[in-house]
Design a protein around this ligand. Structure first.
Ligand SMILES: Cc1ncc(COP(=O)(O)O)c(C=O)c1O
Length: 367
């Protein structure tokens, strides 16, 4: 069977290299033997090394989608009797609040619209008004719209006021500059299958060692998502549960590729991808939802126009081999998303723009 290779313009899982996919075909391995623990340790060490935080941080790998890492960090970090300040300007900020609620963690929600970055001044005011808040949870890159939140400024404010920060960097780690070890940040959550260019099934938390060590002895709110339990076990070259063995092998290959490319070079490649995409789409008449200055270089939400709806555009692009992504919730009715992460190059993005031009002509809705 000849399988079609799709160009994935959804924000992960992203296109991967043939070597990453081949790494899935490991011989069968027992997850409680040294051969596996060598791979897990290597992944954990490479993660903190490429993130530039090896001196103070440990990586904790979790088998599950990205939400597993977010939920493990949130439900483990906030001590009983304290509460969480959640920044909400998209679907993933909302998910942080839902996770807190599901675990009975009191939360203050600082909400704004989906195209406006959080104001560090508002975070400061909320922290001053709520001394019971111990942690701030914020999404770095709101994949809902391609909006970047000023996490370093938020961390600075939090650190000044003696609070700690959890950053959901699911769709931005290794694709946008992020100082994981910045003062104030304790936990950064991400997954294998976005800017790391690995395979879905493994998520991870980059945890400040002093913060995760301090969780020892706290009664966990979750059995599977007990961050300290995973950390303590992995530090001892063990695992409490059965990990996604093959996905971790692929993650090791993806990390080796990232080290070879270099994080700065990957960030620059994505930025050039976004530049080529946005220039080409502007020439076709598309406008960008998020204002300049607040945009990531990883994903763009483009406005639809009268007569142009998402489903026919999606289908016309898919006939050409490209998978675009709908807006979430009611955004679907007025915008769609194009990501440029994964193995894509600026040349690929030129082809994406040509395909959009073609698709619009086919649909008879060109501007
Ligand atoms: C910012 C952000 N947080 C969390 C998640 C959840 O990841 P998953 O769907 O892998 O659970 C995503 C997924 O796209 C995301 O973009």
């Amino acid at each position: 069977m000849v399988e079609r290779e799709w160009v994935l313009l959804n924000p992960g899982p992203a296109n991967t290299s043939p070597a990453v996919r081949r790494a899935l075909l490991t011989p069968d391995v027992c997850h409680r033997e040294p051969e596996f623990f060598e791979v897990m340790r290597d992944c954990r060490e490479r993660l903190v090394r490429v993130a530039g935080c090896a001196a103070d941080f440990a990586a904790v790998v979790l088998t599950g989608s990205g939400t597993a890492a977010v939920e493990a960090a949130v439900c483990s970090a906030v001590p009983r009797g304290r509460s969480l300040l959640v920044v909400k300007n998209g679907v993933y900020g909302d998910r942080l609040a839902r996770i807190a609620a599901a675990h009975g963690i009191p939360a203050e929600v600082l909400a704004s619209d989906v195209v406006t970055p959080v104001s560090p001044g508002d975070v400061e005011a909320a922290l001053r008004a709520h001394p019971e808040v111990s942690h701030v949870a914020v999404v770095h890159h709101e994949t809902t719209t391609g909006l970047l939140n000023p996490v370093h400024d938020v961390a600075r404010v939090a650190a000044r006021l003696g609070r700690r920060v959890l950053v959901d960097a699911m769709s931005s780690l290794f694709g946008e500059p992020l100082d994981v070890a910045a003062d104030g940040i304790d936990f950064v959550m991400a997954s294998a299958n976005k800017c790391l260019q690995g395979i879905p099934g493994v998520a991870f938390v980059l945890a400040r060692r002093s913060a995760v060590d301090a969780l020892k002895g706290q009664p966990p709110r979750s059995v599977y998502l007990d961050l300290y339990g995973h950390y303590a076990s992995q530090e001892a070259d063990s695992t409490p549960y059965t990990p996604a063995v093959q996905v971790l092998h692929a993650m090791r290959e993806a990390l080796a590729e990232l080290e070879k490319e270099g994080v700065d070079a990957r960030i620059a490649r994505y930025a050039e991808n976004a530049r080529v995409l946005r220039a080409g789409m502007a020439a076709l008449g598309f406008q960008i939802l998020v204002p300049e200055g607040a945009r990531s270089s990883i994903l763009t939400a483009f406005r639809l126009w009268p007569g142009l709806t998402y489903d026919p555009l999606h289908d016309a692009m898919k006939r050409r081999g490209y998978v675009i992504y709908a807006g979430q919730g009611d955004i679907r009715t007025y915008a769609f998303r194009v990501a440029n992460m994964g193995t894509l190059t600026p040349r690929d993005m030129e082809a994406v723009v040509l395909a959009f031009g073609d698709a619009l002509a086919e649909l008879g809705v060109a501007r």
